[in-house]
Ligand binder design. Sequence first.
Ligand SMILES: Nc1ncnc2c1ncn2[C@@H]1O[C@H](COP(=O)(O)OP(=O)(O)OP(=O)(O)O)[C@@H](O)[C@H]1O
Ligand SMILES: [Mg+2]
Length: 304
Amino acid sequence: LLAAIVGAMLALGGVFLLEYLDDTIKDPDLVRDQTGMPTLAAVVTIPGAGPAERLVTLSSTRSPAAEAYRVLRTNLQFSSLDKPVRTLLVSSPSPGEGKTTTAANLAAVMAQAGQRVVLVDCDLRRPNIHRLFQVANNNGLTTALLHAGADPAAFLQETSLPGLQVLTTGPIPPNPSELLSSERMHELLEKLQAQADMVVLDSPPVLAVADASILATRADGTLLVVSAGETRLDMLVKALERLDGLSVRPLGLVLNKLSERRGGYYYYYYYQYARRYGDDDSSPKPNGRRPRRAARQRKADQAL
Ligand SMILES: Nc1ncnc2c1ncn2[C@@H]1O[C@H](COP(=O)(O)OP(=O)(O)OP(=O)(O)O)[C@@H](O)[C@H]1O
Ligand SMILES: [Mg+2]
């Protein structure tokens, strides 16, 4: 019996030790204490990995994830009351944390609220916006930069959502950082801003290359996406330091890929929050009916 008790205590100790050593970001309150950054929205794990499923705000407007993007849209407005954001950069400390997914869905909910939105793929290293929206990428940002005299509207592509246009990357150049820091890029962003209510920029990770930092100095606001239970706090701190060196202070964080298991209390809190306050989508439903919820989302509902 004694051996069993000792064994159980050791196992419990091991669990606490692992928990203690785990310095990944999970808790919005804690990350605010440690970095001063508010979490503007928590996005649950989206079921399915295809382009249509990832564009959850178009394919599943009543899902918890879509609701979280609407919360993000609202909270962004609150965090930029004095200086309205017209050009918003979406980045993250490291690769794969969900920059592209966030930028695309945020751009979509903004367009659903009646804004004219242009989503620009400024990730000239791993372009993905054309894949997500399933459009061609022969022309885009880089070709618009080559034709400086031309109206950038000529390079924009329509999406299935009225009000949302995309500027894909175009052919990948050998010198992305130089292109993004060029005077022509500056002029292009100004022209786009004059034609749209909101310009959303997708970008490479802050810590990998200079590109996101360059863009952050050009944008009115920056959002950093962190992956719940994956992004380490020290990586976020490094990214914030790099931006701080350029006098850029992000508006806040998006806690992405939150799972019930990893998120615990916060999954519950944000999910409830999104249900109560984020449910303001007024886009028309096919046949005037609410689209069927995926089985997994129904399960999530029941779990609450
Ligand atoms: N909320 C989410 N739920 C489930 N999967 C997600 C979520 N957000 C992102 N992903 C998945 O994580 C992967 C990376 O997402 P995404 O491409 O948006 O990240 P990224 O930061 O733009 O990556 P990269 O650094 O390669 O540009 C993709 O496979 C995507 O489907
Ligand atoms: Mg990306």
